[in-house]
Design a protein around this ligand. Structure first.
Ligand code: CAA
Length: 383
C-alpha cells in the first residue's frame, strides 16, 4: 500500500497550505469575531483553483482527484473552518453533481462560473421538517407548460446568501415519496419568487453564511432540471457521499489546527517548574490526539481513494465523517483543556477550532445518521 501523494496532489496541497498561511491566517480570528463573509479570500480560492478541484479543466475546474481535494481541504480547515466549508459545499455539493449529472448546456451555464470561482454555488435539501429525515420534502414543484412552479422553504443552506445559483431538491410527485423528488438548478437573479429571508447567527463557522430560502410561485424552466424527474433523491444522496469526505477532511483539518496550537503551548507553558509537556497527563492527551488524527486521515484518504477508483465508497465516507467529526470534537476539547484558562478566551484562538468542530458532527448527516448508514451496510440491508 502506497500512502505517498502524487506530484499533482502535493502541488494542490502546497497551494492550499501556502494560501491558508499567508492570506487566511491573518484574518481568520477577525472574520470569525465579526461573522464577516471573506469575499476577497474566497475570490482568491477561485483564482487558485480551490473552488473547483474536482471539476475537469474543460468546465473551469482544476481537474484534480478526491485525494487532492481532501488534502487541500485539510490545509484550509487547519487555519479556518469557515473558508473550508465554503470550499467544500462549492466543490462537493454543487460542482460535483452538475459534473456528474448535468447536460453540456447546464455545465456551461452553471458549472463553469462556479468551478472557476467567479460565482458561488450551494445545495438546498434541508427543510424545517426534513433534516435527518431528508425524504420528507415539502417543497413542491408542479408542472405548468415548460416550467415548474416552485413553492416551499429551505433552511440551513451553507453559501445560501452569497451563491448566485442553488441546486434545489423539490417534490415533483407527492405520490411517489423519495422517488418523486427531483433536482432543479435555480438562479436567484433569473427567478423572481426566490428570496433569502434570513441568515443564521451561529456558534461556529461564523464567517460562512447559512441562509433560509423561500420559493413563492417561482417559475423554473424544465431545462433546469438536473437528471431525470424523480431521480433527485439519488442525486442528493450520491452528492452527500462525496460531500461527507469533504466534511471529514474539514474536521481533520480543524483537529490538526487545534493540536498544533496545543503542542506549541504545552512546550512553552510552565507549571510546577517545568513545561507542561513534561507532565505525563499532558503527554497522554497529546499522544491520544496524534493517534486520533492519523486514524482519521487514513479513513479520509481511504474513502477518497475508493471514490477516485470508481469503487463503492458511501460506507467508507460515512465512516470517515463519523470518525473525523467525533475525533475533531474530542481533540479540540482537549486542546482547550491543555490551554487551561487561556483556552477559554478568544486571543488564543483554540476556542475557535472547538466551536467550528461542533457542526461537523451535524451537517451533511449527523453522527447518528452516519451510524445508521454504516449499520445498514454491515447488516446488509435496512437496519
Ligand atoms: N446513493 C444513491 N442512492 C441512495 C443512497 C446513496 N448513498 N442512499 C439512499 N439512496 C436511495 C435508496 O436506494 C432509495 O432509492 P429507491 O427508493 O430507488 O430504492 C432512496 O434513496 C431512499 O433511500 P432510503 O430508503 O435509504 O431512505 P431513508 O429515508 O431510509 O434514509 C438516510 C436515508 C440515509 C437517512 C438519508 O435521508 C440521509 O442521509 N439523511 C441525512 C441527510 C443529510 O445528510 N442532510 C444534510 C443536508 S446538506 C447540509 O448539511 C447543509 C449544507 O449546506 C452543508
Amino acid at each position: 500500500m502506497n500512502l505517498d501523494l502524487t506530484d499533482e496532489q502535493r502541488m494542490i496541497r502546497d497551494v492550499a497550505r501556502d494560501f491558508a498561511e499567508r492570506e487566511v491566517r491573518p484574518i481568520a480570528a477577525e472574520i470569525d469575531r465579526d461573522a464577516r463573509f471573506p469575499h476577497e479570500t474566497v475570490k482568491r480560492m477561485g483564482e487558485l483553483g480551490l473552488m473547483g478541484i474536482l471539476t475537469p479543466e474543460k468546465w473551469g475546474g482544476t481537474g484534480g482527484d478526491t485525494v487532492a481535494y481532501a488534502v487541500a481541504m485539510e490545509e484550509i480547515a487547519r487555519v479556518c473552518g469557515s473558508h473550508a466549508v465554503v470550499m467544500s459545499v462549492n466543490n462537493s455539493l454543487f460542482c460535483d453533481p452538475i459534473g456528474k449529472y448535468g447536460t453540456d448546456a447546464q455545465k456551461e451555464k452553471f458549472l463553469t462560473p462556479v468551478a472557476s470561482g467567479h460565482e458561488i454555488g450551494c445545495f438546498a435539501l434541508t427543510e424545517p421538517q426534513a433534516g435527518s429525515d431528508a425524504t420528507n420534502q415539502h417543497t413542491l414543484a408542479l408542472r405548468d407548460g415548460d416550467h415548474y412552479v416552485v413553492n416551499g422553504r429551505k433552511v440551513f443552506i451553507t453559501n445560501g446568501r452569497e451563491a448566485g445559483a442553488a441546486l434545489v431538491f423539490v417534490q415533483t410527485d407527492v405520490t411517489k415519496g423519495s422517488r418523486g423528488i427531483s433536482a432543479l438548478l435555480i438562479e436567484k437573479s433569473a427567478h423572481p419568487g426566490f428570496t433569502v429571508p434570513k441568515c443564521e447567527e451561529k456558534l461556529g463557522i461564523r464567517a460562512s453564511d447559512t441562509a433560509e430560502f423561500l420559493f413563492e410561485d417561482c417559475r423554473v424552466p424544465i431545462a433546469n432540471r438536473l437528471g431525470e424527474e424523480g431521480h433527485g433523491f439519488t442525486i442528493a444522496m450520491a452528492s452527500l457521499d462525496g460531500g461527507r469526505i469533504g466534511i471529514a477532511a474539514q474536521a481533520l483539518g480543524l483537529a490538526v489546527g487545534a493540536y498544533e496550537k496545543a503542542l506549541a503551548y504545552a512546550r512553552d507553558r510552565k507549571s510546577f517548574g517545568v513545561p507542561i509537556a513534561e507532565h505525563q497527563m499532558v503527554q497522554w492527551m497529546l499522544a491520544d490526539m496524534a493517534v486520533a488524527i492519523e486514524g482519521a486521515r487514513l479513513l479520509v484518504w481511504q474513502a477518497a481513494s475508493l471514490k477516485d477508483a470508481g469503487r463503492p465508497f458511501s460506507t467508507q465516507s460515512a465512516m470517515a465523517k463519523l470518525f473525523a467529526a467525533d475525533m475533531a470534537m474530542k481533540v479540540t476539547t482537549d486542546a482547550v483543556q491543555i490551554h487551561g484558562g487561556y483556552g477559554f478566551i478568544r486571543e488564543y484562538e483554540v476556542e475557535r477550532f472547538f466551536r467550528d468542530a461542533k457542526v461537523t458532527q451535524i451537517y451533511e448527516g449527523t453522527s447518528q445518521i452516519q451510524k445508521l448508514v454504516i449499520a445498514r451496510a454491515v447488516l446488509g440491508g435496512k437496519a
